[in-house]
Write a protein that binds this ligand. Structure first.
Ligand SMILES: Cc1ncc(C[n+]2csc(CCOP(=O)(O)OP(=O)(O)O)c2C)c(N)n1
Ligand SMILES: [Mg+2]
Length: 574
């Protein structure tokens, strides 16, 4: 990238100069990101205008900056190209903080760009609260939830930040960067030429001693089990993993974020683990004598609070790209700091095959005896686990499911059987309500086919304005609202810990008429299901609305719970 800054008033055409805003637009266009997601505002308007004039990158206008950020995350997860989300200074920037945290915790590369007030308006005395209108130090606020924040002071520094930030968000453990650009710089004149810089490969190799220790642990194990986390998908190692599984014969279980890294239609798949995991999957972990954890940070939701119980009777091998995770709450017998695909490539070279059939059939037997839907009370009017199983079948041909946060999230993870390659996106580390609808907008912008957004009646109300975005861009998203008339997950927590008082979750909670809401936003394919017998009726509607927005509401029994649950009274986050 070459730079020539000039003063205003020169003949730009002659010098082949443009404004910095135009350079930013050009930079983004070269990166082929599926879209820029944004909500307008004066301090970002020059950049959005430049992107619009250039006409090479789609602009998706969301109804809230938080939605723009989640959409950029959804887009990045599907396209594997960093997403771009933008907002104006002040409230636009603070509205981006939640998705910034979400993409940080779930390691998704997103470039967030905020407009900032004119440099002349910036406060010089830090004891002064604010100088310019909507002036706010977003970099200071976002520092702890980004890989890096950039506060450029000149147009040249903006271009350096763009180039560096673009690379940084993708290398090593991925994550967001933030670039805060004062409005006066956006109008500076700059000469811009295509940059040839691309992401550096910082992958390392497994050492000979690590591989031999791994081999030794494997050969002395009778019941090895792979625990698959989100890192496998992030390192694009899903194919490699499935080859390693069939070559080695090792059975596997998955975390919430690992669910779409693995095949669900394989007898070696032993289910979804964790505090709301399938009973048989947690039993598989308990019975294993060697747990090989790939790309999972093993947080409390996965292990439960009692670490010694989780570790008991087994050796643990951990593979993670981030050494800070390896030295986190769960220590291991062998820890390998490596990208999952590098590890699996090395593992493929090992001559190893185990017959796990008796271990697998013991777990499959347990699954037959305790099917997921029987975890619920028997007299439910509409059992949510049955609804989820059915949604998996109904949307068998869809590109993926995007799930919100709450009981419905756990029911989906427990009961949807994903087809190979089908995606399952959810807000893992942050657990942010309101994620699913905007993230599905990003997914549908970046990937082909039908996308299914599963939201709760509580979560939907954090993002319902984005129904307009879905209809405006005619995105092929099927919204499935699981309506139990409450913030079910927190109500469950209250029932267990607060003698059944349901303040703010069922008491004092209300919903609009979702059918009328969908109609008002212009959905044409709308349906409401209250009985299990009516589920089949959706087939026709889904077929008829193949490429258009669909809105489905499932009224499930409020007595349904996210079960089984391993918990410690009052200490586990909902
Ligand atoms: C932004 C945000 N606020 C609060 C919470 C805490 N929380 C977790 S689940 C949940 C209830 C979600 O309600 P709903 O969407 O109806 O899902 P349900 O549990 O009923 O299936 C709440 C309030 C959160 N995770 N995120
Ligand atoms: Mg609910």
């Amino acid at each position: 990238m070459q730079l020539l800054l000039t003063r205003q008033g020169v003949d730009l055409q002659k010098l082949k100069c443009t404004t910095l805003a135009d350079c930013i637009a050009q930079f983004i266009a070269e990166k082929n990101t599926p879209a820029v997601f944004q909500l307008s505002g004066g301090m970002i308007a020059f950049i959005i205008d430049a992107i619009g004039r250039l006409g090479k990158t789609q602009i998706i206008n969301t109804r809230h900056e938080q939605a723009a950020g989640f959409a950029a995350e959804g887009s990045a997860r599907i396209s594997r190209i960093p997403g771009f989300a933008m907002g104006t200074s002040g409230p636009g920037a603070t509205n981006l903080l939640t998705p910034i945290a979400s993409s940080y915790f779930d390691s998704i590369p997103v470039v967030y760009i905020t407009g900032q007030v004119n440099q002349k308006e910036l406060r010089t005395n830090l004891n002064q609260r604010q100088n310019g209108f909507q002036e706010l130090d977003i970099c200071e606020m976002a520092k702890s939830i980004t890989k890096k924040v950039y506060k450029p002071e000149s147009a040249a520094e903006v271009l350096v930040a763009l180039n560096e930030g673009w690379i940084l968000c993708q290398e090593g453990r991925q994550g967001p960067v933030l670039i805060d650009i004062p409005i006066n710089l956006q109008q500076d004149f700059v000469k811009y030429e295509l940059s040839s810089v691309s992401a550096r490969s910082i992958k390392s190799k497994i050492s000979a001693s690590e591989i031999s220790e791994f081999r030794d642990l494997l050969s002395s194990s009778k019941r090895p089990l792979l625990l698959i986390g989100g890192g496998v998908r992030l390192s694009n190692a899903t194919e490699l993993l499935s080859r390693f599984i069939s070559k080695s014969g090792i059975p596997y279980v998955s975390t919430l974020l690992g669910l779409d890294s693995i095949s669900h239609v394989n007898e070696n798949y032993l289910g979804f683990i964790g505090s709301y995991g399938n009973r048989w999957a947690n039993s598989a972990v308990k019975q294993s004598d060697l747990l090989i954890v790939i790309g999972s940070r093993l947080d409390v939701r996965q292990t439960g609070k009692d670490i010694s119980k989780f570790k008991s009777g087994k050796k643990i091998i951990r593979i993670d790209i981030d050494e800070h995770e390896l030295s986190g709450r769960i220590s291991s017998d062998l820890s390998i700091k490596l990208d999952a695909s590098e590890f699996l490539q090395a593992a493929m070279e090992i001559d190893y095959k185990i017959d796990s059939s008796s271990y697998i059939s013991r777990i499959q037997e347990l699954k037959k005896k305790n099917p997921q839907e029987l975890e619920q009370p028997s007299n439910l009017i509409l059992n949510p686990n049955i609804v989820m199983e059915y949604l998996g079948e109904l949307f068998y041909e869809s590109s993926g499911f995007i799930i919100d946060v709450g009981q419905h999230q756990m029911w989906a993870a427990q009961s949807i059987q994903l087809k190979d390659g089908q995606r399952f996106l959810t807000s893992g580390g942050l657990g942010a309500m309101g994620f699913a609808i905007p993230a599905s907008i990003g997914a549908a912008t970046a990937g082909n086919g039908r996308w299914v957004a599963i939201s709760g009646d509580g979560c939907l109300q954090l993002s319902s304005a984005e129904l307009q975005t879905i209809v405006q861009y005619n995105l092929p998203i099927a919204i499935c609202v699981i309506n139990n008339g409450q913030h079910g997950m927190v109500a469950q927590f209250q029932e267990e810990n607060m003698d059944g008082r349901l303040t703010g979750t069922r008491d004092g909670f209300s919903n609009p008429d979702f059918q009328e809401l969908a109609k008002a936003y212009g959905f044409n394919k709308i349906s409401k299901i209250t009985r299990v017998e009516d589920l089949m009726s959706l087939k026709q509607l889904v077929n008829d609305g193949k490429n258009e927005p669909i809105f489905l509401e499932f009224v499930v029994d409020p007595r349904a719970k996210a079960l089984p649950k391993m918990s410690v009274r009052g200490e586990e986050a909902t």
